[in-house]
Design a protein around this ligand. Structure first.
Ligand code: BES
Ligand code: MN
Length: 459
């Protein structure tokens, strides 16, 4: 058939352009597009402008589109023939804060290669992964002058802050984003020989709580022993939210949790992640988790409740005899299908109030809109096309897995666009996402480009 069905020459082009494709990634990674930090707002916009210019230079129509927050980059290439399928590639150009800087072995926004890995904030999550799709499109256009299908890109700038404006953007741009499949690479393989396709993601509920016991800080000599201490009160409350076995004690917390069937458990059991791999990746000496579930089940199929931040009182050098007035915690729950974020927030906050000792007042603040967990139809033909592309690229058929992380917009895509979603990760499990020394293997980038090329051909 047509040249479009022969990805080999296209892949050969990507191999020839290896150096240039890497340099493009380094340039992109040098832009500190930290969405959470207001002082980086201009860098965030700079990344959007850089990306849309890059897309335009390789032959797509591209623009920076405003939202209520950081802008999105939208680009497309339309096939001259009518009736070709359309793939919408989603990614995010924003990155997590790089702090604590002192724990990095090279500067987070000066991409540095060590041992075949590119060290930089955002290298794996997610610039290196969606740029692979862009380089696949570029390779096609340079080799054959066209693409086998219609391609749209939607690259957002607020994923790492929970995507507060993207849901509204997707709803308002239903026609613009209309497609036959959404392709997302924002997760990981198991190894470079073992691809995974996600058929589920966890959702997220995130809030902050303040415990207050007095109008202002107090002299601990004068008042200690007569007034409740909010740090102690909050610690007591938090300590009771889980059993020492790791089971969440909030009444109703597990009520709506999707129960794994035997077939699902058998599929998940193929995931070669276990206590030893987790220990090696994390440096933890022992694992801690719900009894009765194995490592991959706890990671993808069970909900969690975790403290993400905790502070109170004096934390500077030396001693200060003070009874703090307030104590704070950031708390999040990873949710699974079919838990409802609002209902879980109600249940957790009500339980915390019940556990609150006298003299203490709790105030709750939601930090992001809650997201539900997602399940995807893994039998959809578009997902199967991705499975074939992955098999030819990495040498083995993908394992279908459930991911513990969240990609908030996936639910909006499902609700508004109603098309299958392919979640084919290009990173590796030990990439240090959100942590110091985030990295992405050059091999992951190159294989990702190949997989993207093959996916376009398979469609
Ligand atoms: N790329 C991650 C999601 C992910 C994490 C996939 C780990 C596979 C493995 C994404 O960028 C992310 O970090 N999402 C956030 C969403 C949150 C800020 C609403 C997350 O999961 O914490
Ligand atoms: Mn992330």
């Amino acid at each position: 058939m047509s040249q479009f069905n022969m990805p080999t020459q296209v892949i050969a082009h990507a191999e020839r352009e290896r150096e240039q494709f890497l340099n493009d990634l380094y340039e992109y990674l040098a832009i500190p597009s930290v969405s959470a930090q207001p002082e980086h707002a201009r860098d965030v916009r700079h990344a959007a402008v850089w990306l849309s210019e890059h897309l335009r230079n390789i032959g797509l129509t591209a623009s920076v589109m405003e939202t209520g927050g950081h802008p999105v980059v939208y680009a497309e290439w339309k096939h001259p023939e009518a009736g070709k399928p359309t793939v919408l590639v989603y990614g995010h150009y924003d990155v997590q804060p790089a702090e604590p800087f002192e724990l990095w072995h090279s500067e987070p926004f000066k991409p540095t290669v060590r041992d075949g890995d590119i060290y930089a904030r955002g290298s794996s999550d997610n610039k290196g992964q969606h740029l692979a799709h862009i380089k696949a499109v570029e390779s096609y256009l340079k080799t054959t002058g066209g693409l086998p299908v219609n391609v749209k890109f939607l690259i957002e700038g607020e994923e790492e802050i929970g995507g507060p404006n993207l849901g509204a953007f997707v709803a308002a741009n239903k026609e613009l984003l209309a497609c036959d499949v959404v392709m997302i690479s924002d997760s990981h393989l198991l190894t470079l020989d073992q691809p995974t396709l996600l058929y589920g993601l966890r959702g997220l509920l995130y809030f902050e709580v303040e415990a207050r016991c007095s109008a202002h800080d107090l002299h601990s000599g004068t008042y200690g022993g007569n007034v409740q201490n909010p740090a102690m009160a909050l610690a007591q409350i938090l300590a009771q939210l889980k059993t020492d076995q790791g089971v969440v004690t909030v009444p109703g917390f597990y009520d709506d949790v999707h129960v794994l069937g035997p077939e699902e458990r058998a599929e998940i059991a193929r995931i070669p992640q276990n206590e030893d791999t987790i220990k090696a990746e994390t440096g933890a000496s022992e694992l801690f988790g719900e009894p009765g579930f194995n490592v991959p089940e706890r990671m993808g199929a069970r909900p969690t409740l975790e403290v993400n931040g905790l502070w109170s009182g004096y934390t500077g050098p030396g001693a200060k005899t003070v009874l703090p007035a307030i104590a704070n915690a950031k708390i999040s729950c990873r949710l699974v299908p079919y838990q409802d974020p609002a209902k879980i927030f109600e249940a957790v906050s009500a339980h915390m109030r019940r556990l609150t000792p006298p003299g203490t007042t709790l105030t709750f603040t939601m930090l992001q809109e809650g997201t539900r967990g997602t399940l995807i139809d893994r039998h959809a033909p578009q997902v199967q096309a991705a499975a074939r592309a992955a098999q030819s690229t990495y040498g083995n058929p993908p394992i279908f897995t459930l991911e513990g992380g969240s990609i908030p917009v996936v639910n909006d895509f499902q609700d508004v666009l109603g098309k299958p979603i392919v979640l084919l990760g290009y990173g590796l499990p030990g990439d240090n996402l959100h942590a110091p020394d985030e990295h992405y293997a050059i091999a992951c980038y190159e294989k990702g480009i190949e997989a993207s090329i093959r996916f376009l051909a398979e469609l």
